[in-house]
Design a protein around this ligand. Structure first.
Ligand SMILES: Nc1ncnc2c1ncn2[C@@H]1O[C@H](COP(=O)(O)OP(=O)(O)OP(=O)(O)O)[C@@H](O)[C@H]1O
Length: 249
């Protein structure tokens, strides 16, 4: 990948290294990863268990520190930001969707969606709030608490929350891991839709080839290194690429 392509990417890792622990027991979870994630594209990160997917996402999202290299968000190197600026950057510029939804149980769905805006401070974008809740099919569920919603509805609330701040990137960590196949397909369909309608950049870690086949591109990791990529993937090519990445270990 050229330097200019990395510079214009929404998110990029440049020679990213992450070592956990020290001495003989040290684990090199990322071993010099250089990869860019395009704007307004949906990219899936895949690879065998332990290949470094979560570590890569956590370093790119400023949730974990790197040992060396750069984690660029729109040209800002998160590895060099002081704690306070990093927290601010996460609130203002990054959206998160987790496998376990991570909604606050005592707040209603609507209050959960609005929470990052009240923390980040920008004016409440009423039009986007209305649009997102309509597109996600949760407009009539906003007064309910998470426990009164299905898993799929809870994840759609989490998606609305992640998108409402118009973040530069949404990181989704196994967003369909706790959902049945129908609810999972709805969430993936919406992630795609957010790329098309809102120009959202989405980076998703998943084990599921079916989920990855919804993406515009699949980036493969093996043993903490980049092991290939697929453009416009479909299910058979994802399965075959995973088999090859796993076999190369
Ligand atoms: N906090 C930690 N301390 C020590 N080693 C860690 C830590 N977190 C991850 N690792 C190790 O780093 C390597 C990469 O882990 P990572 O969780 O990034 O892989 P992954 O591809 O997301 O795996 P999975 O698909 O199983 O979730 C693994 O060998 C893992 O055991």
């Amino acid at each position: 990948m050229t330097n200019s392509a990395l510079a214009t990417a929404a998110v990029a890792a440049v020679d990213l290294v992450k070592v956990y622990g020290s001495g003989p027991g040290a684990v090199r979870a990322l071993d010099g990863v250089t990869v860019g994630f395009d704007r307004a594209a949906f990219t899936a990160i895949m690879g065998p268990s332990g290949s470094g997917k979560s570590t890569l996402m956590h370093c790119l999202a400023g949730l974990d520190t790197a040992t060396s290299g750069a984690a660029l968000l729109g040209g800002t190197d998160l590895t060099r930001l002081p704690d306070k600026a990093l927290t601010r950057t996460r609130l203002d510029r990054i959206g998160f969707v987790f496998q376990s939804f991570n909604l606050l149980p005592q707040l209603t769905a609507g209050e959960n969606i609005l929470l990052p805006l009240s923390l980040a401070g920008p004016a409440h974008d009423r039009a986007l709030y209305t649009r997102l809740t309509e597109v996600l099919g949760i407009a009539d569920r906003l007064r309910h608490r998470p426990a009164e919603l299905s898993g799929g509805q809870q994840q759609r609330v989490a998606l609305a929350r992640a998108l409402l701040t118009r973040p530069e990137v949404v990181f989704a960590d196994e967003p369909t891991g706790n959902l049945d196949s129908r609810a999972g397909a709805e969430v993936l369909g919406f992630l795609r839709h957010s790329v098309r309608e809102f120009g959202q950049t989405v980076v998703m870690v998943t084990h599921d080839p079916l989920a990855a086949a919804h993406a515009d591109r699949v980036v493969l990791l093996a043993d903490g290194r980049l092991a290939g990529e697929l453009r416009d993937p479909d299910l058979p090519t994802v399965i075959e690429a995973l088999r090859t990445a796993g076999a190369g270990r």
